[in-house]
Design a protein around this ligand. Structure first.
Ligand code: ATP
Length: 444
């Protein structure tokens, strides 16, 4: 697959043009750091979350789900270390007033002179100062220091504070996990690269609680399982790697950490982190609240704080990866170029286009009947306008893996043509076999 050098520009434009992703509040000039998912984007995003939930929760006996609130008791964030330590070093340019993250200065450009590095506009850069990334708001009618609450910067703490609730109600015992998907907010100094880094985003995190001695083994298990999730969903293995953190990169509470990285058009970047967080969080919350957050094993009669292995992935980063990896401009034999999104069928926003060859002679009615049957199971798109080749191309561009054409033969022999997006091959099958055919292909 050949990717054009300006893939990001083309992708951002495709996302806007076809209704995947729009800038937030665009008619007011946009908010820059937030994004809205349009009709196709919302389907894609839901499918990404579903592919994660089905693999991480529903198909396993040892993981249960949770949906904790975004606003939590402010002490949670003191205990977790976020109030004192969730900071990035901030630098200002005194001339052009731009703000930069001191730790990634070499990767940033001056907004005044985008060919230059920060400070090369002739401005003096300030010394770095620590900037806390948590958004603050007030709970209740009175704005005071007493009423300050934070928008959660990660979903993980909602899981830790519910550890006891889940253990007491769900008959789980280590090794077991609690998984959660939901919005997180970080007041990032710099937002960049479309939906890669924004200030409001969604995360999918799972805290896997294990007997301490088993943590290294489970860490390797989840690291490898998470890598495989991406390749099973079709991400090009040559563009995906696991990078183990060096000892000096590790957070103080972390015993091991690896990132799944993807080679975006803007370089190799973190997609997901898998960490052995030890028993740090449960210990801290137990100390702060006086609650017993140990696990009591009634078989061995041991009482202990489980260690935690955490895979943490951003939904939007995953969406961007599938879009970038799937985007292609293919040169066809007739010299034409077709734009195609090679999305895994399980992720594609629309699973099947339904095309009556002409708008008359009973073909639309047969097609509508098929549409009614299929849309009870997944999203389909009915299109009867324009040449059939153009209709195929419109679906290729948004990643629809299959197209079903109803033609004159359908009336006599009840067969239809199924056209496959990637190979563009066409086969004929009975109209009563279409549902089973597609279900089989959509399985993940
Ligand atoms: P980065 O170094 O890129 O800021 P991080 O190491 O701070 O990321 P984590 O705290 O480990 O990120 O969060 C887990 C995952 O959440 C990340 O791997 C990423 O996929 C996602 N994520 C974190 N921050 C953002 C953001 N600002 N926008 C979109 N996704 C994010």
């Amino acid at each position: 697959m050949s990717k054009p050098a300006d893939t990001m520009e083309k992708l951002v434009s495709l996302c806007k043009r076809r209704g995947f992703i729009f800038p937030s509040s665009e008619i007011y000039g946009g908010l820059k750091s937030c994004w809205d998912y349009g009709p196709l984007g919302v389907e894609l995003k839901r499918n990404v979350k579903e592919a994660w939930w089905s693999r991480m929760v529903r198909r396993r006996r040892d993981v249960v789900g949770l949906d904790a609130s975004i606003l939590m008791h402010p002490k949670v964030w003191e205990t977790s270390g976020h109030v004192s330590g969730f900071n990035d070093p901030l630098i200002d340019c005194k001339k052009c007033k731009a703000r930069f993250r001191a730790d990634t200065l070499d990767q940033q450009v001056c907004p005044e002179k985008p060919s230059k590095r920060p400070g090369e506009c002739g401005g003096e850069l300030t010394e770095p100062r620590q900037f806390n990334l948590m958004f603050k708001t007030n709970m209740g009618p009175v704005e005071s220091s007493e009423s300050v609450v934070y928008l959660r910067p990660e979903t993980a703490q909602g899981i830790f504070v519910n550890f006891k609730n889940v253990v007491d109600t769900s008959r789980v015992r280590p090794p077991f996990g609690i998984a959660q998907q939901g919005k997180s907010f970080r007041n990032e100094i710099v937002t960049e690269n479309f939906i890669f880094r924004s200030r409001e985003f969604e995360q999918m995190e799972m805290e896997f609680f294990v007997p301490p001695a088993e943590a290294p083994e489970w860490y390797r298990y989840w690291r490898d399982a998470r890598y495989k999730w991406f390749t099973d969903l079709g991400v090009t293995p040559a563009k995906l790697r696991l990078r183990e953190h060096d000892k000096d990169e590790l957070a103080h509470y972390s015993a091991a950490c690896a990132d799944v990285e993807y080679e975006f058009p803007f370089g190799w970047k973190e997609l997901e982190g898998i960490a052995n967080r030890t028993d740090f969080d449960l210990q801290r919350h137990a100390e702060a609240t006086g609650r017993d957050l140990m696990f009591f094993d009634d078989q061995t009669k041991e009482r202990y704080f489980p260690y935690v292995v955490e895979p943490a992935l951003g939904v939007d980063r995953a969406v961007l990866t599938f879009l970038v990896d799937g985007y292609d401009e293919e040169k066809l034999e007739d010299g034409d170029v077709r734009t195609v999104l090679h999305l895994h069928p399980a992720l594609a926003p629309i699973k099947c286009g339904i095309f009556p060859l002409v708008k008359k002679e009973g073909l639309p009615e047969i097609a509508e009947k098929l549409e009614d049957e299929l849309k009870r199971h997944f999203s389909v798109f009915f299109d009867q306008s324009g040449a059939i080749g153009r209709r195929y191309r419109r679906q290729d561009e948004i990643g629809t893996p299959y197209g079903v054409t109803i033609d004159f033969d359908t009336k006599t022999d009840q067969t239809v043509t199924i056209r496959e997006r990637d190979s563009m091959s066409q086969t004929r099958i009975g109209i009563d076999k279409v549902l089973d055919f597609l279900r089989d292909k959509l399985d993940f």
